[in-house]
Design a protein around this ligand. Structure first.
Ligand code: SF4
Ligand code: SF4
Ligand code: SF4
Length: 258
């Protein structure tokens, strides 16, 4: 019986989520015995047009060429899973959606006419059907392995959309907002990272994107109460996941009120 097949594709991104896969180390070797990795340019195998059971997609869509390539990837796979903030919400590069792209390009490139970027950079789900999204900048190893294992058994993994605060409570991590007045984004950010930042004494900056049913108004008011300016609060929301709806709405309302 042939092994299930996997491909890893990259769009606009820093490659950090693919590195998380490579950093699986021994677990990646075990995985490579259970599945056939047909395309993973960063790790070696090359067959971009291969038909596969699972396509992992990193990065956001920035050019018309990206759109065409992504549609082919969707046609060639059974399950499509986005890995990381770039692919799920547009990532850091979506910050340019709030600026004048033409002006930036003109400032940077000697010949702007050779740059064929779309006006906005957008997440994968804006272009094709996505079966599963893994958030985070980067995603963590345990999530990737758990998701692939579930898909290999033909089930969709359970979505993790609790807040980071819940994870702090589970781990009995001391709250940095209560004890150090740190402007923590944990009350509105989805977990999946194991409350990594609070566990080492620093505030969460929202890299896993919005959790379910978030009260962003309440958190924004609390951050103002710590003495942050409205623009500083806006920047907390308009950062790695600036294009995710709940963060975008709150960030823009603080920016406009500034
Ligand atoms: S989500 Fe973060 S780590 Fe992953 S590719 Fe994008 S910028 Fe890099
Ligand atoms: S440290 Fe942050 S994430 Fe953890 S409980 Fe406090 S506010 Fe929530
Ligand atoms: S605590 Fe927040 S910023 Fe840190 S890894 Fe988790 S989601 Fe990202």
């Amino acid at each position: 019986m042939s092994k299930p097949s996997v491909a890893v594709h990259k769009f606009s991104s820093c490659d950090g989520c693919q590195l998380s896969l490579i950093n699986l180390g021994e677990s990646l070797l075990v995985l490579s015995q259970l599945v056939e990795i047909k395309h993973f340019a960063e790790a070696g195998p090359l067959d971009e047009e291969a038909k596969v059971d699972i396509a992992l997609v990193e990065g956001s869509v920035s050019t018309t060429e990206d759109e065409t390539r992504l549609k082919k990837i969707r046609d060639n796979c059974t399950y499509l899973m986005t890995i990381g903030a770039c692919a799920t919400s547009g990532g850091l590069q979506a910050l340019r959606n709030m600026a004048n792209t033409d002006e930036w390009i003109a400032d940077i490139y000697a010949n702007p006419s050779v740059i064929l970027s779309l006006d906005n950079t957008t997440p994968i789900k804006d272009h094709v059907k996505v079966d599963l999204e893994l958030w985070g900048c980067p995603v963590n190893k345990k999530q990737i392995l758990g998701a692939i294992r579930a898909l290999l058994f033909g089930v969709l993994p359970e979505e993790e959309n609790d807040k980071v605060c819940i994870e702090c409570k589970r781990q009995q991590t001391v709250c940095v907002m209560v004890t150090k007045n740190e402007p923590c984004m944990g009350p509105v950010t989805r977990t999946g990272c194991g409350a990594l930042c609070p566990s080492v004494g620093r505030d969460c900056y929202g890299c896993y994107g919005p959790a379910e049913n978030v009260n962003t108004d309440a958190l924004a008011n609390r951050l103002l109460g710590f003495g942050l300016l409205k623009d500083e609060v806006a920047r907390r929301f308009l950062f790695i996941n600036s294009a995710a709806a709940a963060f975008h709405k709150q960030g823009m309302s603080m920016k406009e009120a500034d």
